[in-house]
Design a protein around this ligand. Sequence first.
Ligand SMILES: Cc1cc2nc3c(=O)[nH]c(=O)nc-3n(C[C@H](O)[C@H](O)[C@H](O)COP(=O)(O)OP(=O)(O)OC[C@H]3O[C@@H](n4cnc5c(N)ncnc54)[C@H](O)[C@@H]3O)c2cc1C
Length: 348
Amino acid sequence: MYDIAIIGGGIAGLYFASLLKDKKVLLIEEHKNLGPRRCSGIVSNRINNFFELPKTIIEKEVNKAIISYKNLTGIINFDSIVLDKERLEWFLLREAKKCVEIKFEKVNKIFEDYYGVIISTKNEDYRTKYLVGCDGPNSLVRRIFIKEEPKKFYFGKFCYSKEKSKDYFQIFFDPKYSDLFSWIAPRKGKVEYGLISEKKLSYYYENFLHDKKPKYITDEGFGVIPTGMCKCSFDKGILIGNSCGQTKPLTGGGIIYSLIAAKIAAKEFNKDKPNLKNYEKECKKIFGKEIKYQLWLRKIYSKLSDKKKEKLVKLISNSKLKIDMDFPVTDILRNHKMKVLRSLFSKV
Ligand SMILES: Cc1cc2nc3c(=O)[nH]c(=O)nc-3n(C[C@H](O)[C@H](O)[C@H](O)COP(=O)(O)OP(=O)(O)OC[C@H]3O[C@@H](n4cnc5c(N)ncnc54)[C@H](O)[C@@H]3O)c2cc1C
């Protein structure tokens, strides 16, 4: 009988595992190579609050983006780090191995009995007292225990092209390339062309590549991003990360929220008697409001006419705000720059 079983060895599961102390823990991950390529790995400097990143994981530090809507362009400033996400996961796997037992198998079934939860793979059944679902967008744990979905599902696709990179991001709000946004991002020795959208992913992707003409495509990545956090605790366990939509509705970024949630969860599970409702409460306190604000902004943006969207791009780029990538709305409100936010929507 395990104290805790974690399903999913993405960033959420591996980081959570690496923080557990003096517990009998099993982590089960479906893919031996830690899953398909599915993330750009662009994060804020806040990543340094969680671990000391080996230099080999950092590809670039970037603090500027040129944003554009059709023919209109502007500049926004923020501090960001472009990570080699696969190397980050291998680094976290090494850390997790120090604390927990890891098996590479697919979990097919989960059921409960009087003593706890039973996790069933092709080879074996494992019994655990608590279950932690870090099993991504299509989470089995969520489907069985939560029965509620994150508010939205975005789809993302990107490719790498072997060409010289610039020192800034290019972000396009052009409706020809996405109903959300698309980007060209500088990486180490290559450039990334990508987009996220709610619908018609392949259509937008083809348009984008056709117009932007990456020189020499080496790799492609695809993934689903659930956003708009749903319930994330139940009587025998919790969800962390993508499985419950702990991502930012404005950008789809989820690494930092997953790390924050994993840290809150580990604090609770390292106690003798974890209070799982506390975990959910803390997550909501730290990033629940920001997620709600961002969903709201996204909704308003989607209803704006083309002309108003153009005006908005102009306003954002002229406002000279340095944006906190993880908590942009809270940051603006907290720093008494509400006027800026209000004007963004009243003037457009
Ligand atoms: C295209 C794209 C680009 C992105 N870019 C960024 C970005 O630039 N910055 C950022 O912050 N975030 C980005 N994200 C989001 C970010 O990758 C995630 O939010 C974050 O990594 C947290 O993921 P996770 O560990 O919760 O889930 P996942 O990474 O989805 O991992 C879930 C794991 O569970 C395993 N699993 C699932 N089911 C089972 C099962 N039944 N049995 C065993 N194992 C199972 C899977 O194999 C997988 O390894 C991007 C996402 C996508 C799709």
